[in-house]
Design a protein around this ligand. Structure first.
Ligand code: 5AD
Ligand code: SF4
Ligand code: FES
Length: 361
C-alpha cells in the first residue's frame, strides 16, 4: 500500500486524484507525507522562519462574510481603528526588534479616505525604518488605482485569500450580492499580480459543505495561479455569525487541524519555493499547532504586534490565541516555540518569496 503512496510522492506533476490521496493519508502514509514535505522545505526554502509583525489596524468591515466574527452584521462588536501613532509605534517595535517585515491587516473598507490613510501609513512605516521594513498589506478587494498607489508608496506584498476556489461553495459562505462576488475576488488577485506585488492567497479548511475534492482543487488553483505566498488555516466557527448554524456539519476540531497540516504539507510539495504562513488559527485548536506546521512545511510566522487592548475586538473566530498578551509576550513566546521546533529565526531579513525571485530569473 505504502509503495503506491510513495510513487505519488515521487511524481513530478500531481493530478487531482493524487492530491486527494495525499490529503487522505493515514498512519504510516501520513508520516511519509510529512517527512517528504519537511525535506522539500529544507531543500528549497531552508530552516529559517521569517517574522511578519501583524498590525490589526481596524475591525471595521463593510462586508458580511457568513463565517467571520468582524462582519458588518455583527452588532455585538466594539469597533476600533488604531491611531496613526499606535500603528507607527507597532512598526517601530517590529523594526527595533529586527522583525524584518510588518503586515497591515484590516476589515475591508473601500473609500478614498481609507486609501489615503493607508498610503500615509505606508510612507510613515517606510520612513521610520529607512525603507528597511518589508511591508505586506491585507486590506481586501480594492480598485486597481488604489493597489497601484499603495505599491508605488512601498508596499510589496499583498495577501488576499480566495477562501475557497469552488464558486458554488463560495456562494454558500458569502451573501449573494456584488460586494461578495467571486469574480471580483479573482480580478483583484490578478490585478495584484500584474502590478508586481508578491501575491498571496489562501483558503479555510474544514468549512461546512467542503469536500476533500474541493481542497484538492484549491491546491490546483494555487498552482495554476502561480501564487508567491499562502496563508491558510482551519475554519473555526464563531457564535455571532450565520454559518454557526451548520456547526453540526463540521469535522471535529482535531480533524480540521490535521487536514490543515496536510494541506500545508501537500502545498509545500506542489509549490516548493513559495512562502507558506503558519497561521494563528492553527494554534486556536492545538497549543503547539503553529510549531507543527513549521516542522512540516511552513516558513512564515506573524507575531501579533497590535496594541494589547484592541486584540479582543479582532476576533475573526473563537478561541483566538494571544488576545491577553502584549507585544513583548508574543516575541518571547515565539522565540521559545521556534527554538523547540528546531527552526532558526531570520531576524532582520525580509524573507521574500523565493518563488517570486525565481520566476523573474
Ligand atoms: N475561521 C477561520 N478563519 C477565518 N477567517 C475569517 N473568519 C474565519 C473563521 N471563522 C479568515 C478568512 C479571512 C482572514 C482574514 O481570516 O480566511 O480571509
Ligand atoms: Fe470583512 Fe474579511 Fe471578515 Fe469578510 S472575512 S467580513 S471581508 S474581515
Ligand atoms: Fe502570542 Fe505566544 S505567540 S503569546
Amino acid at each position: 500500500m505504502s509503495s503506491l503512496f510513495n510513487k505519488i510522492l515521487e511524481k513530478e506533476n500531481l493530478n487531482k486524484e493524487d492530491l486527494i490521496c495525499l490529503l487522505n493519508a493515514k498512519d504510516n502514509d501520513r508520516k511519509l507525507l510529512f517527512e517528504k514535505s519537511a525535506e522539500i522545505k529544507q531543500k528549497y526554502v531552508g530552516n529559517k522562519v521569517y517574522f511578519r509583525g501583524l498590525i490589526e489596524y481596524s475591525n471595521i468591515c463593510y462586508k458580511n462574510c457568513l463565517y467571520c466574527g468582524i462582519r458588518a452584521g455583527n452588532k455585538d462588536l466594539i469597533h476600533y481603528t488604531l491611531s496613526d501613532e499606535e500603528v507607527i509605534n507597532a512598526a517601530k517595535f517590529a523594526f527595533e526588534n529586527n522583525y524584518g517585515s510588518v503586515v497591515l491587516q484590516s476589515g475591508e473598507i473601500e473609500s478614498s479616505a481609507f486609501t489615503e490613510k493607508i498610503d500615509k501609513l505606508i510612507w510613515e512605516i517606510k520612513k521610520l525604518s529607512d525603507s528597511k521594513l518589508g511591508l505586506t498589506l491585507s486590506l481586501g478587494e480594492q480598485s486597481e488605482e488604489t493597489y497601484k498607489q499603495w505599491f508605488k508608496s512601498g508596499a510589496h506584498r499583498y495577501l488576499l485569500r480566495i477562501e475557497t476556489s469552488n464558486q458554488e461553495l463560495y456562494s454558500k459562505i458569502h451573501p449573494h450580492n456584488s460586494k461578495h462576488s467571486f469574480e471580483k475576488r479573482l480580478v483583484a488577485l490578478n490585478t495584484l499580480k500584474r502590478l508586481g506585488f508578491q501575491a498571496g492567497t489562501g483558503v479555510m479548511i474544514g468549512l461546512p459543505f467542503q469536500t476533500i475534492e474541493n481542497l484538492a482543487e484549491d491546491l490546483l488553483f494555487m498552482k495554476e495561479f502561480d501564487i508567491d505566498m499562502c496563508g491558510m488555516g482551519p475554519y473555526i466557527e464563531h457564535k455571532q455569525t450565520p454559518l454557526y448554524e451548520f456547526r453540526d456539519k463540521l469535522l471535529p476540531l482535531n480533524e480540521r487541524f490535521d487536514l490543515s497540516l496536510k494541506m500545508i504539507a501537500v502545498l509545500r510539495i506542489v509549490m516548493k519555493d513559495i512562502n507558506i504562513a503558519s497561521t494563528t488559527a492553527l494554534q486556536a485548536i492545538d497549543p503547539i499547532g503553529r510549531e507543527k506546521a513549521i516542522k512540516i512545511g511552513a516558513n512564515i510566522i506573524m507575531p501579533n504586534i497590535t496594541p494589547g487592548n484592541n486584540r479582543d475586538n479582532y476576533l475573526l473566530y473563537e478561541n483566538k490565541p494571544c488576545t491577553d498578551e502584549e507585544v513583548e509576550d508574543c516575541k518571547t513566546c515565539l522565540e521559545a516555540r521556534l527554538h523547540f521546533a528546531g527552526a532558526e529565526i531570520g531576524y532582520g531579513e525580509w524573507g521574500d518569496s523565493k518563488h517570486f525571485a525565481n520566476k523573474k530569473d
